[in-house]
Design a protein around this ligand. Structure first.
Ligand SMILES: NC(=O)c1ccc[n+]([C@@H]2O[C@H](COP(=O)([O-])OP(=O)(O)OC[C@H]3O[C@@H](n4cnc5c(N)ncnc54)[C@H](OP(=O)(O)O)[C@@H]3O)[C@@H](O)[C@H]2O)c1
Length: 256
């Protein structure tokens, strides 16, 4: 049985990956969809021509990863595609972002992504693909999105190094690094701690565009996907400019 595994499938990017994978990107027998909100996952069924296996799991709970591992062991599928899209951020200075939220960001954006990847890898063979949903925030330290940006820098580095290790197995790993996306729940969730840290989100993209670009880059075996002009320029700037200059620019940008 050939499957795709998509975390964060109940909304935003993860949901759009399920819909676009359902349109026949690969010959799949099922897509395993993971998030906390079961009803949102169930609601995807009529929209996707490929059968869905609904796994309502809170990935910050270590037992959730054990559950997924046990399900994989029982079904013994071939995991053709893994998309790690579950993630969240909180905006605000170090005082505004609660300690619990910081810890949960690290657990979900870093630990869960690594663990889900590790338990899927034994079921992946040549030609399989992993998409780790990072962010353009991975390219520089971001004051007022401090912990979030750090989690994405972690996932970005992890993805690049893992991709290198997996070359001999012909498994590709793509670090997907989008700029703001306007039609997901990410921004309202991130604002819950302190709404006015970032005032506007100019040039924000859409889930449809970002997902299509990321899948295309993954098919082409790219290690990094910057799905849009802002993240492409940001990636280059992150390589050329000192962190202090990038943070000063961000200070102006976030006040626009
Ligand atoms: N939107 C942007 O501007 C933007 C830009 C760059 C990168 N990203 C990244 O893109 C990824 C997807 O975000 P999005 O924009 O699509 O936001 P979103 O609409 O808020 O989607 C986040 C997904 O993660 C799931 N999730 C959250 N906490 C979870 C938990 N504890 N266990 C399991 N699943 C959990 C949510 O489902 P439940 O609530 O049902 O659990 C939801 O399906 C994230 O990693 C984010 O960092 C977003």
């Amino acid at each position: 049985m050939k499957i795709a595994v998509v975390t964060g499938a109940s909304s935003g990017l993860g949901r759009e990956f399920v819909l676009q994978l359902g349109r026949g990107e690969k010959q799949l027998d099922a897509i395993w969809v993971i998030a906390r909100r079961r009803e949102r996952l169930e609601a995807l069924r009529p929209l996707c021509p490929i059968p869905l296996r609904v796994l309502p799991l809170d990935l910050t709970d270590p037992s959730a990863v054990d559950t997924l591992e046990a399900e994989l062991k029982t079904a013994a599928p071939e995991v053709e595609i893994l998309v790690n899209a579950a993630g969240f951020g909180r905006m605000g200075n170090w005082q505004a972002v609660a300690r619990r939220d910081s810890a949960a960001m690290i657990r979900l954006n870093c630990q869960a992504a690594v663990e889900v990847t590790q338990i899927c890898l034994p079921y992946m063979g040549p030609g399989s693909r992993i998409l780790e949903i990072c962010s353009t925030a991975a390219f520089q330290p971001l004051p007022y999105l401090n912990v979030y940006a750090s989690t994405k820098a972690f996932l970005y580095r992890y993805s690049l190094a893992l991709g290198w290790e997996l070359r001999s197995r012909r498994i590709t790993v793509t670090a997907v690094c989008p700029y703001w996306i306007r039609d997901t729940e990410f921004i309202p969730t991130a604002k819950q701690s302190n709404g006015q840290v970032v005032r506007h989100f100019p040039l924000a993209s859409t889930v449809r565009r970002v997902t299509a670009r990321a899948l295309c880059d993954s098919r082409r075996g790219k290690a990094v996907s910057t799905p849009g002009p802002v993240s492409t320029v940001h990636r280059a700037a992150g390589k050329c400019l000192p962190a202090s200059a990038l943070m000063a620019f961000w200070e102006d940008l976030r006040r626009i």
